[in-house]
Design a protein around this ligand. Structure first.
Ligand code: CP3
Length: 344
């Protein structure tokens, strides 16, 4: 099937569909027994991401089980710091641990030279997926947005409020911007290569954009995102890019106007009437079922799905979550959501 005829791409090109395309952030992951079975044999998480056979297999698992409209390649946003030469580890039960970047010398020690070679297995995963995916499914590539990746690079672990990165950005914006610029440049190349290898849509994850004050949001979220999208579109003008500026509240309107995203992935703390009236006329909406309601289940889950459908399925729309699926999610709740959307 031609890419432009696929449901996800049609929605991103502004079409209102009777039944919206559906995929879920972190649709491949520990909530699935078939994922855990493969994961337990992998040496460590990064090695798992870099082993094409395994990454392809776990990408396809949720497509087989739920018939989602799109597959997101299995990888992680922290492969970029890893490829830049920063030490990155995923510790069991602890999440990512990085050798922190705290000053200009640390930034200078990073190198964008071998990044594409280092990530060649990711491109292999995409090429295989394009061959193996059912014809009507869209293949999504992704990267972390510079601000969110920089937070992990600077803090050295998850579970923070990005304090160090935020203070650095205020005290010495010039040196902080050299880190952001390096990420803009590297991420742009990385995404262009993902498209060259079969990605049909891209998503930029800016999970921690909601930590920033207005001017800082403009400088460290909107501007780098705009530059990446401009750079990608110079080479591949027709590939739609979805932005996930999580937690950014009212600032998301500016993000939509200035970055060039074709779709905006929303979390669940935005009023749906505002989304419908203000954002949806400009951009395709993706979202925004509370990922904890997906854990909770029950009647509330169906009511939640129906409320989103009633508000947002009257314009260009992609069904998704507020944030990624968590490991405690019962797999049958995911099946119910998909059924509920398709029989709406
Ligand atoms: O969505 C998908 O199915 C594709 C794969 C994907 C993963 N991570 C796999 C993963 C994607 C798109 C990501 C993005 C990602 N990674 C983000 C942005 C989105 C978000 O959720 O906020 C961030 C911040 C990361 C960084 C990261 N990776 C953290 C903080 C952790 C540890 C927390 C956790 O859930 O364990 C990871 C690990 C990770 N990335 C797992 C998966 C399936 C779990 C690790 C495992 O299986 O052992």
């Amino acid at each position: 099937m031609k890419t432009s005829k696929k449901l996800l791409v049609r929605a991103l090109n502004g079409e209102t569909l009777k039944t919206p395309p559906v995929w879920l952030m972190r649709q491949a992951g520990r909530y699935l027994p078939e994922y855990r079975a493969i994961r337990k044999n992998a040496r460590n998480f990064l090695h798992f991401c870099y082993t094409p056979d395994l990454a392809v297999e776990v990408t396809l698992q949720p497509i087989r089980r739920y018939d989602f409209d799109a597959a997101i390649m299995f990888s992680d946003i922290l492969v970029i710091p890893d490829a830049l030469g920063q030490q990155v580890q995923f510790k069991e039960g602890e999440g990512p641990v990085l050798e922190p970047v705290r000053n200009v010398e640390h930034i200078k020690a990073l190198s964008s030279q071998g990044v594409l070679d280092h990530l060649s297995s990711v491109f292999e995963v995409l090429s295989s997926l394009r061959k193996e995916l059912p014809d009507d499914k869209t293949l999504i590539g992704f990267a972390g947005a510079p601000w969110t990746v920089a937070i992990y690079m600077v803090e050295g672990r998850g579970g923070t409020q990005g304090e160090r990165a935020r203070i650095w950005a205020y005290q010495d914006p010039q040196s902080f911007s050299s880190l952001i610029d390096l990420l803009v440049e590297t991420t742009t190349e990385y995404l262009i290569n993902q498209i060259d290898h079969g990605a049909e849509v891209l998503q930029l994850f800016d999970t921690w954009s909601g930590l920033l004050a207005e001017e800082q949001f403009e400088r460290w979220v909107i501007d780098p995102t705009r530059r990446i999208i401009e750079g990608v579109h110079k080479v591949h003008p027709d590939v739609p890019i979805i932005g996930f500026a999580k937690g950014s509240g009212l600032l998301v309107e500016d993000y939509v106007r200035k970055t060039g995203v074709a779709g905006i992935s929303l979390d669940c703390n935005v009023p749906l009437s505002w989304v419908k009236d203000v954002l949806q006329p400009r951009v395709t909406i993706q979202g925004n079922l509370d990922n904890q309601l997906l854990v909770a289940g029950g009647d509330q889950l169906e009511i939640g799905v129906q409320k989103i459908m009633a508000n947002l399925n009257t314009g260009p729309f992609i069904f998704n979550l507020s944030h990624g699926i968590v490991p405690q999610t019962p797999p049958e709740h995911v099946a119910r959501v998909v059924e509920c959307i398709r029989s709406y």
